[in-house]
Design a protein. Structure first.
Length: 169
């Protein structure tokens, strides 16, 4: 019985980014498919066969690790080296059977669908480049979500405080 074709993890991008981080049985063919849809010359920058039994889990982990730099689909505003570092960390996480964080879809592409009973629902927030950089300078990329949640909670608390009514005081 012939063995299954291995899955490859790859980073594809232009000279200065952005970069597509993905999974394919034939990365060179995938590069060709992507190239026809853009005027920017693309290059297969990094590629490796994965030893993980769950290659889609590796891809999902990598996308989750870069979630704050997500542009669209599997494209991220990251340098080639950063994308590769996240792919390697994701592969290690899957090989070590680390629990998959909330939000990773194990099959397919895109954001997870939320059930009607979900307690938390993701909300997209867009910032100017300057505001985003100020937040990153304060808390770093790993603390960005927690910082935004706490800032929103503090503002809600401030706005919900009863205000004195000058007409009744």
């Amino acid at each position: 019985m012939p063995s299954a074709k291995p899955a490859f993890l790859y980073v594809i991008g232009g000279a200065s980014g952005p970069h597509k981080v993905g999974l394919s049985k034939d990365p060179r063919r995938r590069l060709s498919q992507l190239q026809v849809s853009t005027h920017q010359p693309l290059t297969l920058k990094k590629v490796t066969a994965t030893a993980a039994r769950d290659p889609r889990g590796v891809e999902g982990w990598a996308h989750w690790l870069m979630r704050d730099r997500h542009l669209r689909g599997e494209w991220f505003d990251v340098a080639e080296e950063e994308a590769w570092k996240h792919l390697q960390a994701a592969e290690l996480a899957v090989l070590c059977d680390r629990p998959i964080p909330y939000g990773i879809r194990r099959m397919g592409v895109g954001r997870p669908k939320l059930s009607a009973t979900s307690e938390t629902k993701p909300t997209m927030v867009r910032f100017t480049a300057e505001t985003r950089q100020r937040i990153l300078d304060l808390v770093g990329p790993q603390g960005m979500s927690a910082f935004i949640r706490s800032a929103v909670e503090a503002e809600l608390t401030r706005r919900e405080r009863p205000r004195p009514n000058p007409k009744t005081d």
